[in-house]
Design a protein around this ligand. Structure first.
Ligand SMILES: Nc1ncnc2c1ncn2[C@@H]1O[C@H](COP(=O)(O)OP(=O)(O)OP(=O)(O)O)[C@@H](O)[C@H]1O
Length: 515
């Protein structure tokens, strides 16, 4: 293979943070036209590797970068990686929902443009032609907020590729940092189709993901990192799922024994009656102590709102909740009262809604028990640190250094802190929204164990998720939503990844219903 056939050669990348070696002599080669997976457990160094390519981190001395056969000096100047032919789409996409599609597409061009008057009509026509080239039917004039999640992801990807083209770097390198976790599985296929088209134009695509099935489906090769080191680059088609898992975790994972069973005669714990609000219509649900009920469906089908309505984080129109013998009017719920009543909500968007990144891990994790368990009158730092250390050990937070800011943890480890923070309060009803989003395959089992421990103690769980494998591993029952209502309930042997996927596919599409 000639040097020119290489889109990107990253050689001997290392990065040390205050004595901790987050990346240790990692080399990775991305060929032109190749889709290449980047995999590894939480905290193994994937984001650090990408941040060096984004010009956000300077690598330790000794690193080399070759782009399209030409050496490039490191560190890359911040904000200049695109001009060199590297474009990155982060999980949060970097789009502005209140702007139109075309305005979002033009954002980075406009900031560099010297145009005095902008012809938005011409820009819309150009955007429509671009979408048509990729076989997409997206109206450039629509506000971005009107698009389905998958369309927004596709707009972000097309913007990244078009920005590369306009900087004269046809082909180039596109990095997709976990683009799929919030997407319903059906829509992931649309996104993959777009990614394949982009690779066919000669771009090298680096695809960062925790979803091994997706990596096997979309990538040609994959590089696996463990503890900051490269443990191997494999041809994905020649590698079984089990082999990839072993490369990631460094050992065989014990198989989970299918869907769990609820003991016969478990007492009733909670009862939801006629809940309505947002996109949810007249939901009735009885939960037993120890029961884990999954909720899923297409995005917009309502399943993703139920937990927020119950908790009082979204306004409900109607409904009652009976929890531990006390009945309450759901439209009157607010988060503080919900916590007092024994409910906790663990939101999917932990960065925005579940944690304070600039505060130490110990402050974040001890927040709900400061008054009750640590001290009523003053803050006892040593006690906070000990409790945070203990919880970090139980939940497998790595590195377990409670004094560090939460933002220094990798995404999956931050999620473990959020779970520890709320599960330690001994809640009766646990409301989960995508609980293992961004959590690696090894750590998932720890998260599941922590949730099961709470249910063994008599709590009930509602788990809203688009991750069918997670629902199948965790739930006793799975409710399939469509149009704000439960259209199917899967129980017993039917709680499997394939059956859940099929039930969702068979439910009518609502993606366009709102537009
Ligand atoms: N700014 C920072 N300061 C200190 N340590 C950091 C910083 N950024 C990352 N680290 C540490 O470097 C290691 C690698 O983190 P990184 O975010 O690259 O992991 P990751 O593989 O992307 O994980 P995840 O899958 O959870 O997102 C972790 O131990 C993390 O705590």
């Amino acid at each position: 293979m000639t040097e020119e056939a290489m889109g990107l050669q990253a050689l001997h990348f290392s990065k040390t943070f205050g004595g901790h070696r987050a990346l240790d002599d990692v080399s990775l080669t991305l060929r032109k036209g190749e889709i290449h997976g980047l995999l590894g457990q939480n905290g193994c160094g994937k984001s650090t590797f990408i941040k060096i390519l984004a010009g956000y981190h300077a690598p330790d001395p000794g690193a080399e970068l070759i782009l399209g056969g030409r050496p490039v000096s490191l560190p890359l100047p911040s904000g200049r990686s695109q001009a060199l032919g590297i474009s990155i789409v982060h999980q949060h996409l970097g789009l502005i929902p209140s702007l139109s599609v075309v305005e979002n597409l033009e954002l980075s061009q406009l900031s560099a443009s010297r145009e005095v008057a902008i012809s938005w009509r011409a820009k819309r026509e150009k955007a429509a032609a671009t979408f048509a080239r990729y076989g997409l039917d997206i109206d450039p004039a629509l506000p971005l907020s009107r698009l389905a999640a998958v369309e927004r992801a596709m707009v972000a990807i097309i913007r990244a590729v078009e920005d590369l083209r306009s900087s004269g770097r046809d082909g180039g390198v596109l990095i997709l940092d976990e683009p799929t976790p919030f997407l319903p599985k059906r829509d992931v296929q649309k996104l993959f189709e777009l990614v394949r088209q982009i690779a066919a134009t000669g771009a090298g695509v680096l695809f960062v993901s925790h979803d091994i099935d997706e990596v096997q489906e979309i990538t040609d090769r994959a590089t696996i990192l463990r503890d900051g080191r490269n443990t191997g680059t494999v041809d994905t088609k020649d590698c079984s799922r089990q082999q990839i898992i072993e490369l990631i975790v460094g050992r065989k994972l014990t198989q989970t024994s299918g869907a769990p069973r609820l003991p016969a005669g478990a007492p009733g714990l909670a009862s939801i009656s006629r809940l309505a609000g947002g996109g949810v219509e007249a939901l009735d649900l009885d939960l037993k102590a120890g029961e884990i009920v999954g909720m899923t469906g297409l995005l917009g089908s309502g399943f993703e709102q139920v937990n927020y309505l119950l908790y009082g984080a979204l306004p409900a129109r109607a409904g009652t909740l009976t929890l531990g013998g006390t009945t309450s009017h759901i439209p009157a719920h607010d988060p503080a009262a919900s916590i007092r009543a024994g409910m906790v909500l663990i939101p999917g968007d932990r960065n925005e809604k579940a944690a304070i990144g600039v505060l130490p891990i110990e402050d974040n994790v001890t927040m709900p028990v400061l008054g009750s368990r640590l001290s009523r009158w003053n803050v006892r730092r040593a006690a906070m640190r000990n409790l945070a250390l203990e919880l970090g050990e139980t939940f497998g937070v790595s590195p377990n250094r409670p004094h560090q800011p939460l933002s220094s943890l990798s995404g999956g480890n931050a999620q473990k802190v959020v779970l520890a923070k709320w599960l330690q309060t001994g809640p009766k009803l646990i409301l989960l929204d995508e609980p293992t989003q961004g959590v690696d395959v090894g750590a998932r089992e720890r998260v599941f164990d922590a949730i099961r421990k709470s249910t063994d103690g008599g709590a009930a769980v509602i788990c809203a998720s688009s991750d069918y494998e997670q629902l199948a591993a965790l739930c006793h029952r799975v409710l399939i939503f469509s149009g704000g209502r439960v259209v199917r309930t899967l129980e017993g042997a039917d709680v499997s990844k394939d059956q859940i996927a099929r039930a969702c596919l068979e439910s009518p599409s609502l993606l366009r219903a709102a537009s």
